[in-house]
Design a protein around this ligand. Structure first.
Ligand SMILES: *Cc1c(COP(=O)(O)O)cnc(C)c1O
Length: 332
């Protein structure tokens, strides 16, 4: 298939492996679970954000920018990846983080500082509503210094970031051929929606046999339906006005959000422990652990009856485990 990709930087360690979790699948007596190891896109750059940033930072450079401004929670994997990539590429990075940092920085925040990123924290209350004004303020601030700052939206989920997981589908097509499988589902965690948007579009463009199923980790189904749709429509406007979009293929499960963003139930921590000790695979309590737990619960409830193969995209997040070590340790 001839898909006209925009400029892209080669930053992630690709292709990532696709591996079966045989012991775990057997104990569930359900479909064979495969893991797309996007936690292995790079050690400190680990996770899904680097796939999107390959396209987004290429665009920033193309527009002549020397500074990246982005946003997220205090333990944002996206901000950590941006901070480290900025250092790697010689770009200044300024992070606008949601929440008040207290005590010694841990996990992703520690890596943000290590990478030399500028960090400004804002109260969680009203943060989302303030973001457009904050982005504009800081862009003007850098302009006055003779710099040019590019603003990357939360999670790098926008028209350009969508390409990251479209490209992943090209990899998955080869993976499926190599293993001779036709997985009925591709499962991912949905936080800002860009991974789900890219996978959903990529499955259509590369004619994969799979339905993408996003497990919401923060907002509800209606939110992600709208967000994924919005990203896909923005992608179409910018890159492929004639392309029809798979809008009817957006499927979101919001039954496993638990107490809220970055807050997991003891059952999620139990699943993380079980997967680590059964397969040596480490998930995180904010994203991948929640989504994996949701998938396992759905298998236990018979939701995937008759399905032979299912792919879980391990989107990374390991550094988010350490700031929650007390919750984890209480179950060990
Ligand atoms: C950001 C993130 C996600 C969610 O991906 P989105 O594209 O933002 O929906 C999932 N897992 C991890 C580890 C992440 O950092």
């Amino acid at each position: 298939m001839d898909i006209a990709y925009p400029p892209r930087l080669s930053l992630a360690r690709l292709p990532t492996p696709l591996e079966p979790l045989d012991r775990l699948s057997e104990s569930l007596n359900g479909p064979r679970i495969w893991v797309k190891r996007d936690d292995l896109t790079g050690s400190h750059l680990s996770g899904n954000k680097i796939r999107k940033l390959e396209f987004v930072i290429a665009r920033a450079k193309e527009e002549g920018c020397d500074t990246l401004i982005t946003c997220g929670g205090l333990q944002s994997n996206h901000c950590r990846a941006t901070a480290l990539l900025g250092a790697q590429l010689g770009l200044k990075v300024h992070l606008l983080l949601r929440g008040e940092a207290s005590g010694v920085p841990d996990g992703n925040l520690l890596l943000d500082y290590l990478a030399g990123a500028e960090v400004t924290c804002y109260p969680a209350r009203g943060y989302s509503a303030r973001l457009p004004a904050l982005a504009q303020h800081w862009q003007e601030h850098y302009q006055a210094q003779g710099r040019k700052a590019f603003f990357i939206p939360i999670g790098a989920s926008d028209a350009t970031g969508t390409w990251g997981y479209v490209a992943c589908c090209e990899e998955l097509r080869r993976d499926f051929q190599a293993h001779n499988i036709n997985p009925a589902y591709i499962v991912c965690a949905s936080g800002s929606g860009g991974t789900q948007a890219g996978l959903t579009l990529g499955c259509a463009l590369y004619d994969l046999p799979s339905q993408v199923l996003g497990f919401a980790v923060c907002d509800d189904e209606a939110y992600f339906q709208a967000k994924v749709r919005e990203d896909l429509q923005a992608w179409k406007r910018r890159y492929a006005p004639k392309q029809s979009l798979p809008l009817e293929s957006i499927v979101v499960n919001d039954n496993y959000i638990g107490p809220g963003y970055a807050k997991a139930t003891p059952e999620v921590f139990d699943t993380i422990k079980w997967v680590a000790s059964t397969e040596g695979l480490v998930l995180d309590p904010v994203y991948s652990g929640k989504a994996f737990h949701g998938m396992v619960e759905e298998i236990r409830q018979g939701r995937f009856k008759g399905v032979e193969d299912i792919v879980f995209v391990h989107t990374g997040g390991i550094y988010g485990l350490f700031p929650q070590r007390e919750e984890m340790f209480s179950l060990l």
